[in-house]
Design a protein around this ligand. Structure first.
Ligand SMILES: *[C@@H]1O[C@H](CO)[C@@H](O)[C@H](O)[C@H]1NC(C)=O
Ligand SMILES: *[C@@H]1O[C@H](CO)[C@@H](O)[C@H](O)[C@H]1NC(C)=O
Ligand SMILES: *[C@@H]1O[C@H](CO)[C@@H](O)[C@H](O)[C@H]1NC(C)=O
Ligand SMILES: *[C@@H]1O[C@H](CO)[C@@H](O)[C@H](O)[C@H]1NC(C)=O
Ligand SMILES: *[C@@H]1O[C@H](CO)[C@@H](O)[C@H](O)[C@H]1NC(C)=O
Ligand SMILES: *[C@@H]1O[C@H](CO)[C@@H](O)[C@H](O)[C@H]1NC(C)=O
Ligand SMILES: *[C@@H]1O[C@H](CO)[C@@H](O)[C@H](O)[C@H]1NC(C)=O
Ligand SMILES: *[C@@H]1O[C@H](CO)[C@@H](O)[C@H](O)[C@H]1NC(C)=O
Ligand SMILES: *[C@@H]1O[C@H](CO)[C@@H](O)[C@H](O)[C@H]1NC(C)=O
Ligand SMILES: *[C@@H]1O[C@H](CO)[C@@H](O)[C@H](O)[C@H]1NC(C)=O
Ligand SMILES: *[C@@H]1O[C@H](CO)[C@@H](O)[C@H](O)[C@H]1NC(C)=O
Length: 374
């Protein structure tokens, strides 16, 4: 009976999980987009395509239906966002570049996120000396970036490095690294435009919120504190959408590591939303960054920090973790110190993780972040 059940379970799993999964990887400084393929049985990672892009994208994101890819455009002198349509993971067509408007013309675009609900607006921010702006862009019926529909401002000292929408797209949260602030804006469901709701300071001076993730049930917000090298859990007020800090943080580097030698990077939920992953980067290439995972309760709150494990390298300016969208077992990790993508897998007891596939993409500017196309 048992072997039969095991075989049955395996064959069902194989029907549900395709063996081959493609990811698209952006770069910080070179005008290439890479499509790579992960075989979840053979545990191989191969380069499928090196696409010559019109611009480097230090951050890329997929549209809700994966028919479009949006990126920051690092090759422009002023902040801009780039739009591609996707036939599949290797059929990439450049569509357009939209310049940011408003007062932030001397900085560079740093982050972009697409709504999962109509009208599928796309939100972008720049970073740098004049980083106080945000932009809302509309898309046409194919999902291609269409026009800037709103310029909005944070504050003069701001530099928003990451944003996240809640699952029904009623609120958007902005991690303001430069001004150590967490912002809440409500989102107009018919236009996609945002309205200021609140701004709160990071837990301590120099905490520096960098990236955020919202649990789909909307009760908890997770914030990577780049300067403090911690992950903070906030509770979200269900009527106002405003997060509050309840003094719950977890270190993203070991006790014996010196915080000033690291900058924490990314936080992301796993496929089932039962796990949360977070990373830190070493500021010097002679040290390694760290990867950590947490288990979550069904309400979305953190129950345990499962591990903090050294990554293969410092991570450079990346060490960005992207959980797969078909299994809790796999996450992609990018490095820009030498340029590579790795697939990590969660240990069978959830208490550790290890590299199972590695692909060098050393073009002098790779690798920024990766998105799972399939
Ligand atoms: C992707 O699309 C291209 C162009 O339509 C096609 O040649 C290629 O076979 C497709 N690849 C896959 C894996 O379907
Ligand atoms: C641009 O900056 C000026 C001066 O700082 C300010 O008065 C104006 O409201 C800003 N415009 C926008 C669109 O934010
Ligand atoms: C955004 O700001 C620019 C000025 O830089 C202005 O020309 C444009 O009309 C604004 N767009 C919107 C949608 O308000
Ligand atoms: C959407 O895509 C279709 C098919 O490629 C094309 O014919 C149409 O012109 C596009 N629409 C817009 C608004 O770009
Ligand atoms: C939301 O946007 C629509 C369309 O632009 C507009 O008519 C409506 O007044 C907006 N609602 C709010 C609450 O601002
Ligand atoms: C959106 O989701 C939040 C929880 O994330 C919930 O409190 C709210 O009622 C939902 N709003 C709508 C319009 O569905
Ligand atoms: C926050 O928690 C830490 C321990 O995790 C504790 O030392 C500190 O006193 C707490 N601060 C407040 C304001 O409760
Ligand atoms: C911290 O301690 C562990 C062993 O306890 C050691 O392997 C590691 O190198 C130390 N890290 C630093 C940054 O000193
Ligand atoms: C790495 O090198 C820097 C100087 O470049 C030095 O200060 C630091 O102690 C080194 N760190 C390790 C872990 O060796
Ligand atoms: C790490 O994972 C391996 C493989 O899944 C497992 O056998 C091992 O017991 C784990 N080690 C620890 C310390 O949890
Ligand atoms: C991708 O192609 C470009 C030329 O278009 C080249 O410079 C780069 O090194 C290639 N990347 C890899 C990883 O081979």
């Amino acid at each position: 009976m048992r072997p039969f059940l095991v075989l049955l379970a395996l064959s069902v799993a194989q029907v549900v999980n395709g063996d081959l999964h493609q990811l698209i990887v952006g770069t910080f400084g070179t005008e290439n987009l890479y499509t790579v393929e992960f075989d979840d049985v053979a545990l191989t990672l191969d380069l499928l395509q090196n696409y010559s892009a019109p611009a480097a994208s230090s951050w890329i994101t997929l549209s809700h239906d994966k028919k479009n890819l949006y990126g920051t455009s690092s090759s422009e002198d002023s902040p801009a966002f780039i739009s591609y349509s996707l036939g599949n993971a290797t059929s990439i067509t450049y569509r357009t570049t939209l310049q940011m408007e408003g007062n932030c013309s001397s900085s560079k675009a740093i982050f972009v996120v697409a709504a999962s609900e109509p009208p599928y607006a796309v939100y972008g921010t720049p970073f740098g000396s004049l980083g106080e702006c945000g932009t809302v862009m509309s898309v046409d019926k194919n999902g291609t970036l269409s026009e800037v529909i709103q310029n909005y401002t944070y504050k003069s000292t701001s530099g928003v490095h990451g944003m996240a929408l809640n699952s029904n797209n009623t609120f958007i949260y902005s991690a303001d690294d430069s001004a150590n602030t967490l912002w809440t804006h409500s989102v107009n469901g018919s236009s996609g435009e945002v309205t200021y709701v609140s701004s709160i300071s990071g837990p301590v001076a120099g905490a520096d919120p960098r990236h955020v993730a919202v649990h789909p049930d909307g009760k908890y917000l997770f914030v990577v504190l780049e300067g403090a090298n911690k992950l903070a859990q906030y509770t979200i007020d269900q009527s106002t959408g405003i997060p509050s800090f309840n003094n719950i943080t977890y270190a993203l580097i070991p006790d014996n590591a010196t915080s000033s030698s690291y900058w924490s990077d990314e936080v992301a939920l796993s496929y089932s939303k039962n796990y949360l992953w977070a990373t830190s980067r070493a500021r010097s290439t002679n040290a390694t960054g760290y990867i950590s995972a947490f288990s979550l309760a069904t309400d979305g709150s953190i129950t345990d920090q499962l591990f903090i494990i050294p990554t293969t390298s410092s991570g450079g300016t990346a060490n960005s973790v992207t959980p797969s969208e078909f299994s809790d077992k796999f996450v992609a990790l990018t490095d820009s110190s030498t340029g590579f993508v790795e697939i990590w897998t969660l240990g069978s007891d959830d208490m550790n993780a290890s590299v199972i596939a590695h692909l060098d993409l050393d073009d002098g500017g790779c690798c920024a972040n990766a998105v799972w196309y399939s």
